[in-house]
Design a binder for this molecule. Structure first.
Ligand code: AMP
Length: 358
């Protein structure tokens, strides 16, 4: 593998949140240096990186200097402006590639892409005006969810419609942003596949985890998930199909609804994913190392699961429980170094090993 970066090379990471922080730790374990690019001051990833650039995503001079100082560029979030990417990829490779970013930045492009691969998504329709929304409701029905097409995360930019009468309020809450109406899926549970693809085209998927959300934010991920062997195979194969179609390099999170009719793809995230944090204590090579291996052109590592794990997110005041959690056996704490615990803010997580597998 001639494209393998050698230890000592520098991985550039766009975004300095907890995902960038855990990517940095994984990179440094493999002997790489990291350089974080982040607009806000004192980012969690900055505490564990070799270098930090504090600059905005429209600062082309800073972006070019950042790109010139690294060997490869990766990212921990998908909402990077296209102009920033233009400046970067003229200088260094961006992995995962631009197409993966473009597809996941726009819910309609994403659903069109997934449908084109023969995968099932919720019924959907693009909405701009209130008339569009009425037409979409006539076609899709209620209950339904209206979501902004771009820039949504953790349930933000979403409005639920219980009946057609909710249309006006839901439309107003989008504040004029292009949006998409999605039929409400009556799922029995939610799972996600954390999948990786290397520069050589090899694919490795972690065991699917079962996710529980509270207020639109991931609360817990449990492995093993409640999936039959054939559902597990379907989940892994569909994730691989997505990665191959995008010529993807890196780790991706694929969120799925489990229904009686089969698996429905909710969304894809072209990065390491909160629902993959359990891999830190359940696998020899976790999702963060796997991502660094992939973007550095290394062979993918062994992601097979050696324990049953429940990952619990510590959100806002949940961090007050840290002293008690620190006393628990078989509980691995991962804290993000954020000073202030605001409601809804991800402060850390705990992986509880519920059973070791020989
Ligand atoms: P999202 O930001 O699109 O991942 O949505 C956050 C959460 O809202 C999901 O994980 C689901 O729990 C729920 N949700 C989103 N879209 C739908 C849908 N079409 N049907 C049912 N639940 C949904």
């Amino acid at each position: 593998m001639t494209d393998m970066l050698s230890p000592g090379a520098t991985i550039g990471i766009l975004g300095g949140g907890q995902l960038g922080r855990m990517l940095s730790v994984a990179a440094s374990r493999l002997g790489f240096r990291t350089h974080i690019y982040e607009p806000s001051a004192n980012p969690p990833a900055g505490h564990v990186a070799d270098q930090v650039t504090t600059a905005a995503y429209d600062d082309l001079t800073a972006l070019r200097a950042f790109a010139a100082s690294v060997d490869v560029v990766t990212y921990e979030f998908e909402n990077i402006p296209a102009e920033a990417l233009d400046a970067l990829d003229a200088i260094r490779p961006i992995r995962p590639n631009r197409r993966a970013l473009a597809v996941s930045q726009d819910r309609i492009l994403e659903k069109d892409f997934l449908t084109g691969l023969g995968l099932t998504v919720a019924p959907y329709a693009a909405v701009q005006t209130l008339d569009d929304l009425h037409a979409a409701i006539t076609r899709i029905g209620t209950p339904a969810i209206l979501k902004t097409t771009r820039l949504g995360y953790d349930g933000k930019g979403q409005a639920r419609l219980r009946s057609p009468e909710d249309a006006t309020t839901a439309h107003a809450s989008m504040m004029g942003a292009p949006s998409v109406l999605e039929g409400f899926i009556d799922f029995s549970h939610e799972v996600s596949v954390i999948a990786a693809r290397g520069l050589d085209g090899s694919v490795a998927c972690y065991d699917p985890g079962e996710n529980v959300h509270k207020d639109g934010i991931l609360s817990t991920t449990t492995v093993p998930s409640r999936l039959s062997p054939s559902q597990r195979t379907d989940a892994v194969l569909l994730a691989a199909r997505i990665l191959n179609a995008l010529d993807y390099v890196g780790v991706m999170g694929v969120e799925l609804f489990v229904t009686r009719q089969g698996l429905i793809v909710n969304e894809i995230a072209p990065r390491v994913h909160n629902s993959g944090h359990w891999t830190q204590n359940g696998c020899a090579v976790d999702q963060f190392e796997q991502h660094i291996r992939a973007v550095a052109g290394w062979p993918l590592g062994d992601g097979s699961r050696h324990a049953d794990v429940v990952m619990e997110n510590l959100i806002g005041d949940d961090v007050l429980r840290v002293p008690a959690i620190a006393r628990e056996r078989n509980a691995a704490l991962h804290l993000y170094g954020k000073a202030e615990a605001r409601p809804g803010r991800k402060m850390g997580h705990v992986n509880r090993i519920t059973r070791g597998i020989a």
